[in-house]
Ligand binder design. Structure first.
Ligand code: 0O2
Ligand code: 0O2
Length: 226
């Protein structure tokens, strides 16, 4: 099936395009004066070293192939961070409604957290990439999580590298406790959601109104409209 460069190229394009599209959703909420359920978006193409590790785990041969493209569903990975747990289902519904991708699978690690304590909502989607050789359908994994879930997962992920997945019992228990604490934080924040959002609207309006450059610009725009 050719070189790794050729094989990975549509995945790079898929990640770039999906990042732009989800960041676009965020700006569209902003433009309509509605609070965005998306806080920020990141994306990556799985590094070759991680692809290699996954092929060993799955018993797939480490070479660019159709089998690899089918078995490794997260070569293209997008992560969407939300402020509140409820925002996650809003984002999931928005993704389900899109015509530019097809949802293949959904895994709810929020209701059913992993034994490690990991929480996130995963969606595997099929995304068409237009190339000079025609259309190529690639699989992408979209992980949707709160800022607190992301904080926990980032730390646990780096510790996993240190301990190569074999955590001492005490660290394992502490990480599980930390995951529960992060979830309690999410619940606490959700219970004062309207208070927080009011403050955020007030804060951004206050910032704009006290910034002389923006004041001059909006006054000029108002004059031009008159
Ligand atoms: P903006 O306008 O600052 O949001 P990239 O290639 O830079 O688009 P990448 O490489 O996939 O994205 O991921 P990266 O660089 O880790 O972060 C992507 C975006 O998420 C960056 O913004 C970061 O500023 C933003 N980000 C990362 N961590 C946080 C965080 O904890 N809180 C918030 N609010 N944002 C965060 P952009 O894309 O450069 O643009
Ligand atoms: P990376 O470095 O993020 O790419 P699969 O092999 O994908 O078919 P698997 O591994 O059971 O099946 O998939 P799963 O568990 O649905 O999710 C895969 C991804 O979710 C992982 O990718 C992580 O990004 C994240 N994840 C799942 N469980 C955990 C966890 O316990 N802790 C953390 N921090 N992240 C987790 P990779 O390939 O493992 O890593």
């Amino acid at each position: 099936m050719g070189t790794w460069g050729n094989f990975l190229s549509p995945y790079i394009q898929a990640v770039d395009e999906l990042k732009i599209k989800f960041k676009g959703m965020r700006s569209q909420f902003g433009a309509t004066g509605t609070t965005s359920p998306i806080e920020f978006v990141t994306g990556r193409v799985k590094p070759l070293a991680s692809i290699y590790d996954k092929t060993l785990e799955k018993g797939v041969s480490f070479e660019p192939s159709k089998q690899l493209a089918t078995e490794l569903q997260d070569i293209a990975g997008i992560r969407i961070m939300c402020q509140f747990v409820d925002d996650i289902s809003t984002v999931v519904n928005l993704i389900r409604q899109r015509d530019d991708l097809k949802v293949i699978e959904e895994i709810d690690y929020i209701t059913h957290s992993k034994p490690s304590g990991y929480r996130s909502y995963h969606m595997i989607v099929e995304y068409p990439v237009e190339t000079i050789q025609g259309k190529i359908e690639v699989l992408a994994e979209i992980q949707i999580r709160t800022l607190a879930m992301n904080f926990w997962a980032s730390i646990e992920h780096s510790m996993n590298y240190k301990y190569k997945g074999l955590f001492p019992e005490e660290i394992k228990n502490r990480l599980q406790n930390a995951a529960e604490a992060a979830f309690k934080l999410d619940e606490e924040m959700s219970s004062i959601r309207s208070e927080i959002q009011e403050a955020q609207v007030y804060f951004s309006e206050f910032k704009d109104s006290t910034n002389p450059k923006i004041r001059i610009q909006s006054t000029t725009e108002e004059k031009e409209r008159e």
